[in-house]
Design a protein around this ligand. Structure first.
Ligand code: TRP
Length: 354
């Protein structure tokens, strides 16, 4: 592997219905990260998906669909490493070690578990509870320095940093003795933000755009064709006022704010830039402009996804290649972790230099 200054890792769950929120909040940013001086790894996190029930055949299709979306959006599987998590056993292996580093009290504070488990917490899977520890293992198996994620993953990234820190402290003597200096795991930086860190529902600007919204008009699916995209934007909820000329004027106007944010993110400009052009305009002017922009940016991706999903053999080959490349990096981390923790392992063991 060439020497890069940064290692970028991120993951997307293969749980179906990828939409504009996933694209602007994650995939589009993954594409842009490829231009940094960084090795990028993009992972379809199938181990995370099964923390809640998944129909096996549907899951297999969804893993291929997310991979197709990555490729269709412009992730280059030669430059970046594209793979699915279950092909690299080191994720689960490192998660076990981290299970013994993370504290119950830390996990008990995770708000996403509380939301996802709901009232029937006793009936949630142990995997759902342990989800953030596996996520820390995903990131730290590659000793990733940067992780682009949505706002909702901030707490999980903090847990990742806490686990890295505690591992580095608990094993500091052994880390030094094995020649890794005074820290083995990096304290990973989350990269949160951009104009569309949170894309909201087209029917209700106070709710996140979601794959599970009962109204299909609330979201733009990455598989929607040009007509569907344009129609959903035309029907998007708005208020009666024209657009303001300053960003401050979007406060208390969630639907207007959302559409301006989507425009900015698609065009790669700021909300300020959008309002410089559209301040004072009615939605009857702004919506067609947004629809045009959305169609030109998204319809080709949908088309390319259809082409790619028609050839699952090609997608599986991309994942196999990515999985093998990912494993070479993760295996090095796990060898070192085993030495640091004090396990005896097969292969040329690096004895402590002390
Ligand atoms: N939990 C993330 C989400 O739902 C997905 C994920 C799993 C992830 N492992 C990761 C994201 C590691 C970033 C890094 O969005």
């Amino acid at each position: 592997m060439a020497a890069f200054t940064e290692l970028v890792f991120s993951g997307v769950q293969p749980t179906g219905n990828l939409h504009l929120g996933n694209y602007l909040g994650a995939v589009k940013r993954f594409v842009e990260m490829q231009d940094r001086d960084a090795q990028c790894l993009y992972c379809v996190v199938d181990l995370h998906a099964i923390t809640v029930w998944q129909d096996p055949e549907a899951l297999r299709g969804q893993i291929r669909e997310v991979t197709a979306a990555f490729l269709a959006a412009g992730i280059d599987p030669k430059r970046s490493i594209v793979f699915n998590q279950s092909q690299v056993p080191q994720h689960a292996e490192l998660a076990w070690v981290f299970n013994c580093v993370a504290r119950l009290g830390w996990l008990n504070r995770m708000t996403q578990f509380k939301e996802k488990a709901g009232k029937d917490r006793e009936n949630a899977s142990i995997g759902l509870y342990d989800y953030p520890v596996l996520m820390a293992a995903d990131i730290l198996a590659y000793r990733a320095t940067h992780v682009p994620v949505g706002e909702d993953q901030k707490q999980h990234l903090e847990l990742t940093r806490d686990i890295a820190q505690k591992f580095n402290t608990d094993f500091s003597g052994s880390i030094t003795a094995h020649g890794h200096g005074d820290a083995f795991f990096p304290i990973t930086e989350p990269l949160i933000g951009g104009p569309a860190a949170r894309v909201m529902s087209l029917r209700d600007g106070t709710k996140k755009m979601s794959k599970s919204d009962p109204s299909d008009n609330a979201r733009i699916n990455l598989t929607d064709d040009a007509d569907a995209i344009a129609q959903k934007i035309r029907r998007a909820k708005t208020d009666p006022e024209p657009l303001p000329s300053e960003v401050a004027g979007l406060k208390e106007r969630p639907e207007a704010d959302n559409l301006v944010g989507i425009y900015a993110a698609l065009a790669g400009i700021t909300r300020e830039d959008v309002l410089r052009d559209f301040g004072g305009a009615q939605f009857s002017t702004f919506k067609p402009a947004l629809a045009d922009l959305a169609v030109t940016s998204l319809a080709p991706i949908a088309g390319e996804m259809r082409r790619l999903t028609a050839d699952p053999g090609h997608i599986d080959a991309v994942l196999a290649d990515g999985g093998a490349r990912a494993e070479t990096i993760a295996a090095q981390t796990l060898d070192a972790v085993k030495d640091i923790v004090g396990f005896v392992r097969r292969g040329p063991s690096l004895q402590a230099v002390r």
